[in-house]
Structures are given as C-alpha cells and as structure tokens.
Ligand binder design. Structure first.
Ligand code: LMR
Length: 328
C-alpha cells in the first residue's frame, strides 16, 4: 500500500459525517437599522472582525445595516424564530416587552453619557440586561450612541415653542409623554421613514443624536436643531437565550470577549463621532444649531420633569433613584 492510499484511508476514518457537520462555522446574522458609518454600524463591523479573528473558521458574522433585513420592531420575533442571531435596537424600542427599560427615556434624568455608563456598570443597569429573559431574549451588553437633541423648522428655545408641533418618536410611551407634557404631539415611526416624513413635512420635528442627525441627513430638512441634551439614545445588544445557550462554552466566552471589546471601542467611537458630527452639521450651514441659556434649559427641565412621576410606578422608583445616583 502506497503512502497516499494510507493517508487517504486514515483521513476517511477520522472524518465521519458528524465531524464534517461540526466543522461548519456558526453563522451570526447581525441586523441593525443605521448606516454602516454610524457608531452602531461600526461597532457591528468591529465585532465581526474580532469574533472572526478569535474563532477562525468557527464563526462567521454577517452584518446587515440600514434595516435591509429587519426593522427594529421585527428583530425580537426574528431572533426568537431563529431567522436572526443578533441585533442592537435602542432600549426605547422594548416597551412592548418590558417597562423597566423605559428608565432610559425619562427626560433630563441622566446628566451625560458618563452617568449612563456608571448606571450600566452598577447592579441596577446590569440587572436590566436580563429584563427580557422571560421572552427568551438575552441582553449581551449595552452600546452608546449619545445624548439627543431636538430639531424642527423653527427655533425651539422654550418648551412653549414646541406646542402644537408634531414630533417623530421611537416606540416608547415615555417619549410620547415627554412631548405631550409640553403641549406637542408625538408619533411613533420607524427610523427609516424619518427623513421622508421631515422632507414632506408630515412631521414637524424629531429628536436624535448628532450622529443620527448627520449620518441620516435630518439636518438638511430641518431649519433648526437645539442642543438640549434632554435624553439618551442607547442600545442593547440582544440574542436569543436558546441560540446563546447551545453554543459551546469556549466559543461563547470568546464571543463575549469580542463583543465587550467591540462595545468599548464602539462607545469611544460614538463619543468622538457625536462631537465631530455636531461640528459637521454646524459647518454645513444647512441648519441653525441653537444652544440654550441655563435659564432656558431649566424651563425645559421643569416642563418635562413631571414625566418621571407619571412613570415611576411603571418603571420602578428604585430604578429611577439608581439612575439619579449615577449623576455625579
Ligand atoms: C431611532 O429610531 O431613532 C434610533 O433607534 C436609531 C438608531 O440609532 O438605532
């Protein structure tokens, strides 16, 4: 028997059908709704790079940006059905499944992203990663975008300036209340529709971060943006408990490490890009960026703060207190 025949025989012996099956890489489809250049888009690509580097040939991450695969309101079902493995919707979009995450939507609750970070590293924030467990969804981590600003086709310097205007919001009842309390109207629309709604004037204004205002060109169809920093846009990276728990332990810990690294990198990027995109918007000359005097800002704070009380029973006063305690 020649050498090659021997090799062939042993190869056939050690490659039963099962081993062949096991060699197939695990495919992780990661769907999101923003541009690949937005902080979330970049983080997803960073996760792909790191996961595939740590688990060569064992894992393939496919990233689908700009809602080409699913809108945010579809991802939980898609993940539960096994049509998708990962997504990172804004925490504001889980209202249907849990009330506690709405703590993030309370206006003027967190002073800045540092406070959000401290809250998320504490027991209350970490605990909220499990708030969807009853639905078979596991929160793997948080990713930041940044603080939200208000835009419209007129200056918004005092809460009364917004009265009667219609704003697009994410699907959160707290955000609805935040606009109602100042005499404005709010409507829930998918992110992908916002530019057209603004352009065709079906809505008057919206709230979003500098990054989303820039990368999705809202600043081109709004004459004014007020730097209110009134709320937070943060994401939760989710998967299904069923998918995650059946991964081999070693693979799971490599993926966790890759994701944590990508998130840390992504949070840094988000801070940088929000600052840069603010400057780009100002430099474009296509809109007016307005800042508030301390007393104008105080008027917004006072006008919107009743929303905390309105939702304290639904969200839990303990969570609100923990969030407040992170402001220092
Ligand atoms: C939105 O709908 O405004 C945000 O959730 C978009 C995003 O950054 O995911």
């Amino acid at each position: 028997v020649g050498m090659s025949a021997l090799v062939l025989t042993s190869v056939c012996l050690v490659l039963p059908a099962q081993a062949d099956e096991a060699a197939k890489p695990v495919v992780i489809r990661f769907s999101h709704i923003v541009s690949g250049k937005a902080p979330k888009g970049q983080m997803a690509l960073k996760f792909k790079e790191l996961a595939e580097k740590r688990l060569p040939g064992q894992v393939v991450v496919k990233v689908y940006p700009r809602a080409m695969m699913y809108e945010d309101d579809q991802v939980v079902d898609a993940i539960l059905k096994g049509d998708l493995e990962m997504a990172a919707p804004a925490v504001s979009k889980f209202t249907k499944y849990t009330s506690s995450l709405q703590v993030y939507d309370l206006p003027f609750l967190f002073d800045d992203m540092g406070a959000v970070d401290r809250f998320q590293h504490g027991p209350a924030g970490r605990g909220l990663l499990d708030s969807l467990a009853g639905h078979g969804i596991r929160g793997l981590g948080y990713l930041h975008n940044g603080m939200k600003q208000l835009s419209a086709n007129q200056p918004l310097l005092q809460p009364a300036d917004a009265a009667g205007l219609k704003f697009r919001i994410m699907s959160s009842d707290v955000l609805d209340a935040q606009f109602n309390v100042i005499g404005a109207r709010a409507e829930k629309y998918p992110f992908g529709e916002v530019f057209n709604l603004l352009e065709t004037k079906k809505i008057d204004g919206q709230e979003n971060t500098w990054s989303n205002n820039y990368t999705t060109h809202f600043f081109r169809v709004q004459s004014h943006i007020t730097e209110t920093n009134h709320g937070v846009l943060d994401y939760m990276v989710i998967t299904s408990t069923a998918f995650w728990d059946k991964l081999p332990t070693a693979m799971r810990s490599e993926l966790e490490a890759a994701l944590n690294e990508a998130i840390e990198w992504g949070n840094q990027k988000a801070a940088e890009e929000n600052a840069q995109d603010r400057e780009r918007i100002v430099a474009s000359g296509e809109t007016n960026v307005m800042t508030l005097t301390p007393s104008q800002r105080m008027q917004w704070v006072q006008a919107m703060r009743p929303v905390w009380k309105q939702f304290s029973g639904v969200i839990g006063q303990d969570l609100i207190d923990a969030a407040l305690a992170s402001n220092n």
